[in-house]
Design a protein around this ligand. Structure first.
Ligand code: ADP
Ligand code: NA
Length: 332
């Protein structure tokens, strides 16, 4: 039996947005109350599988750490650190490169999506990325990983690697990590196109709320969010074919800690001319303390670096013996 332990990584590769907050950071802060040991990693080694400007990478790594803390993740309760500061990740990744099969990696749809048509010019790191992700998780014997839809296949691969390692070496050493399925209302969609995820890679800044946006920018983006001309229905079924309206209701619910049903019950029959300002007020009330705290933290980079440094030490206390034992098992 393995002690319950949660691991999650986020790439420091750009602006944090409302989707990252509601789909990841806020959930992590809420989960903290359950008292399960949680390890959160700024995965800079994953970020460089595609080109990153060095100064931008350094800044985004600190900003991501600031985002975690501003969203309510307590660096004393959880372990917050930077992947490249814990060399056991890459050491374990090499072992897993030798466990994973080429055929498994070639089936990864995210590589195909990210590499695009010019796969011959993609980095070897982008191809091997899922084995490093398996190492991120298994070097802590993490039993649970919160995953979005786009990471499910990679977690499957992590389970396959653990299973094959255990089988090949005749041990019961690595846990078979379980996904923590995200509840409803956590997939935040673009304000420009209700069928696409809100994402930092969307070229339109109006498509998302960045956690660094001020109150005016937040209100403007919500006011201009694409919607249809109908008022809000009186039940959730009435939102079935209205992705943009559904998205705004889901965002309201997630920010207010309500269910979408409760939001509909409260706002049934409202026009967007009324609902959007309510949502904007709510979003500003919930998000501006976060953006204020992020910029306060970013004023003191030494403090962020100390938090990340301390987190890396705590991470290594767990990872070092697990890597050592792995080497023993392998015969090294
Ligand atoms: P992006 O999609 O902007 O590139 P990442 O892939 O780095 O963001 O995601 C970091 C975390 O934020 C992951 O846990 C992911 O599931 C979550 N996340 C990202 N975008 C959204 C979204 N639109 N809705 C909900 N969660 C999201
Ligand atoms: Na993504």
């Amino acid at each position: 039996a393995f002690t319950p332990r949660v691991f999650s990584g986020i790439q420091p590769s750009g602006n944090l947005h409302l989707g990252n907050y509601l789909g990841a950071l806020k959930r992590f802060a809420d989960a903290q109350e359950q008292g399960i040991e949680s390890i959160y990693c700024m995965v800079d080694l994953h970020a460089i599988t595609v080109w990153q400007d060095p100064a931008d990478l350094a800044r985004a790594t600190r900003e991501l750490c600031a985002g975690f803390i501003a969203a309510g993740v307590d660096p004393e309760k959880s372990i917050l650190f930077n992947q490249s500061q814990v060399p056991e990740h890459t050491q374990m990744a090499w072992i897993f490169n030798c466990v994973a099969r080429m055929g498994w990696m070639q089936r990864m749809t995210q590589f195909k999506d990210k590499a695009g048509k010019n796969a011959q010019n993609a980095s070897l790191g982008l191809f091997a990325y899922p084995a490093l992700m398996a190492a991120d998780i298994l070097v802590y014997h993490a039993t649970h990983v919160p995953v979005g839809e786009d990471q499910k296949q990679h977690l499957e691969l992590t389970r396959d690697i653990a299973t094959k390692f255990n089988h090949d070496y005749g041990v019961d050493f690595f846990p078979i990590t379980e996904p923590v399925i995200e509840g409803a209302a956590t997939r935040v969609m673009s304000f420009r196109d209700g069928t696409k995820k809100m994402s930092k890679s969307d070229p339109s800044d109006m498509s998302r709320i960045n956690l660094t946006d001020d109150a005016d920018a937040i209100a403007k983006k919500i006011r201009k969010a694409k919607t249809d001309p109908d008022p809000l229905p009186d039940s959730l079924e009435g939102l079935q074919d209205r992705p943009e309206a559904m998205n705004l209701v889901n965002i309201y619910a997630a920010l207010a800690d309500l269910t979408p049903e409760q939001v509909i019950a409260e706002h049934a029959g409202q026009q967007f001319g009324t609902f959007k300002p309510s949502l904007a007020d709510l979003a500003v009330a919930k998000l501006s303390p976060i953006s204020t705290e992020m910029s306060r933290l970013m004023q003191d980079q030494g403090e962020i670096d100390r938090i990340l440094g301390r987190g890396a030490e705590r991470a290594r206390e767990i990872a070092t013996p697990i890597l050592q034992k792995t080497y023993d098992i392998v015969g090294m």
